[in-house]
Structure formats: C-alpha cells, structure tokens
Design a protein around this ligand. Sequence first.
Ligand code: NDP
Ligand code: MG
Length: 385
Amino acid sequence: MEKRIRHIGIIGSTGSIGTQTLDIVRSNDDLKVEILSCAGNNLDMFEAQVREFLPKKVCVWQETAAKDFADRVKDLSVKVVSGMDGLIEVSTYENMEILVTAVVGMIGIRPTIEAIKAGKDIALANKETLVTAGHIIMPFAKEYGVRILPVDSEHSAVFQSLNGENPKTIEKLYITASGGPFRGMTLEEMKNKKPSDALKHPNWAMGKKITIDSATMVNKGLEVMEAKWLFDVDVDRIEVVVQPQSIIHSMVGFTDGSIIAQLGLPDMKLPIQYALYYPDRVQMVSRRLDFPSLARITFEAPDLDNFKGLALAYKAIEKGGSMPTVFNAANEWAVAKFLDERIGFTEIADRIEEAMDMHKVIANPNVQDILDTEKWVGEYLDRTV
Ligand code: NDP
Ligand code: MG
C-alpha cells in the first residue's frame, strides 16, 4: 500500500461514529484531520478533540455555543464557524479529500451535496441523506467523480462482498439485522417499553437515535432504502434477514447461486477504517472472531406484523418520491418525542403511518421539496400532541 497522508474531515465528531473515527486517526499516523464539526452539546469533548487533532477549521452548529467555543480556543489558529453556511464551509474545505458524514438526521443532506460538488469523497455514515435524497446524491457523485464509501456496517459488508464482482451478476442483497432488544416480542409486550429499555442494544453501542431505530427496526428499513441507492438494486431484490448474533454483517447472492458474506465481531471501527483506506486494508488491533466460542450463527425472518416500522419502510419505498422523506422525518420526530417520554414506544410506528397516510407524494423531489416535506411532517405531527 502506498503510504501517504490522507486528509480527512468529520462532521459529527463528538458522536458515536465521530469519536470512533478519531480513535482510528489515533492509531494511524497517515491520517490528518483538517476539519471537525459538532452541534454544540458537548463543548468540553469538542475542545479536547480540537486541541488534540488541531484541525484548520471547525463548525459548531449552534451560534451561541460557537461564540463560546471561539473564546475557548482563541490561543489556537483554528477558524470557528457556525450554522448551515459554516457546516458547508467546513464540508468543502480545500485541503480535505474525504469527509466522514457522522451527523445524525436530515441536516446531513446539504453539506453532503456541497462536499460532493467540491470533489470530496464521502465516507457516509449519515443514512438519512441517501434515504431522502439518494436520487439526487448518487447521480451527483457520478457526475463529480467522487466515491460514496459506506460506513454503515451492513453496507460496508455488501461493498466488501462486491469487491471485484460484476454488479450485473447480483441476484440479491441480504441485509442482516440483530432484531434489537425487543426481538420476539408482540406489540402488546412492547407497548410500555421506556427509553431506558429501548436503549439497551444487545450487540452494538451507538448514538441514541439509531439505537431506538434498531429497537423499532426502522433502522433496517432505512438501511434497505440506503442499499437500494448505494448499490442500484431494486427493493424486491433486497431481503432483510434477522441474524441475532450480529456476526454476519450482510451478504450478496449472485446469479450462479453463490453467496458472499462479510463477517466479524460487531465493531464500527472496521467499516469506518475500511471506508477511509478503501481499497486498501490496514492492520487493526482489535479482538478477533473465535468460531468455537461463538458456536453458532442463527437466522430468522423479520416479524413485519409486530415491527410495523419495517413494513412501513417497504411501503414508503414502493410509493417513492417524497414518501421516504416522510417516513424518515416522521420517525425523527417520533423518536425525539419518545426519548422525551411524550409518546409511547409503539406509537413511533403509528405516527410514521399517520404522516404517510396524510402525505401527497411529490414524484421527483428536489432538495427544497425534501426540506419542505420534512417541515410539513414536523408541523403536522406537532398538532397531534
Ligand atoms: P450520535 O448521536 O452519537 O452523534 C451525532 C453527532 O452529530 C454529534 O457529534 C452531534 O454533535 C452532531 N450533530 C448533530 N446535529 C448537528 C449539526 N446540526 N451540526 C453539526 N453536528 C451535528 O450519532 P451516531 O454517531 O450514532 O450516528 C451518526 C449517523 O451515523 C446517523 O445518521 C446514524 O444513523 C449513522 N450510523 C451510526 C452507527 C453507529 O454505530 N452509531 C452505525 C451506522 C450508521 P453534539 O455532540 O454537539 O450533539
Ligand atoms: Mg447498520
């Protein structure tokens, strides 16, 4: 492998993916951090990151937090910006080659598009971007000759399984799911689950929003949508398979009947590092999979009756256009309300369904249509509480 400095940036550096990306930077002296960004909720951590990695520019989304932050780091030569203009400024920074999009939510759309236009490769963690704007992002990536490198473990697994293969020979994508903490439960059993129950994921330590999405299986629905755009495969050829041990991260079936899978212990550092160095592999110090102690890997079909969120995702894909945005925005709204204990666990899927029922699909939404649809969903659902 050619040894050269890789100049990277991270938006969402104080989150689960962001901090694990910085762990990888710590273990690899050929990765240089050029920009960092956060919302402004964890300024102590962000300050420690900026002092350690010395980026040239940083964005703190919230304006008052950004002013406070600029004061904290006035002894350093770092430019502090804020808001959407700031987020776009750091995401398009000239000395950066690859941007890790580790922000949570639809806020990721515009900076990702601008980064692509500025020729940056994207290490994509923020799944909401492709879910809502995949039809805009993928053609842009092609036009500007940039790579969209998946960070989500399932998509990284598919991406790795496709290495050297002809995409025309893909028969099926098998997206694996752990089933989350409530696997096997009925709607009735899940009805009174609290955020503290839903936040206990059996295999993965992740940010709060995606952990709730795993408990509802909405996350798997978002991942099916993401897979459709990333790999250009129709949704009727994307199958969700529950694999509770989270050892098989996803699989590709080919036209000759062969199935290639990627396996490993559940650790996001592997797909993050793979995206940063693609197509190379570099050494990683981590625990290794031990087959005898694992003993077995088991499979189940997903339960679409009790996990309505996944069934609704397929419905949203079928309707297409702006419907996946409604699915996603209603979910973001409902998860925030559930975390605040304003609505119950099973109401998350109910609210998604309600918003989808009320929505008139826009066939080929542009970015403004997508953002307007998100706003409409929030306003509509706000009137229901
Ligand atoms: P977290 O909630 O842990 O972190 C979110 C990060 O985004 C924080 O750094 C937060 O800053 C920052 N942020 C939020 N809003 C803004 C904003 N407006 N401007 C700048 N920064 C902002 O999320 P995760 O790391 O879990 O997830 C990030 C994305 O990756 C999500 O889309 C998720 O679905 C996806 N993903 C995550 C996986 C995981 O293992 N965690 C696996 C696969 C995909 P602050 O600290 O200030 O709030
Ligand atoms: Mg995933």
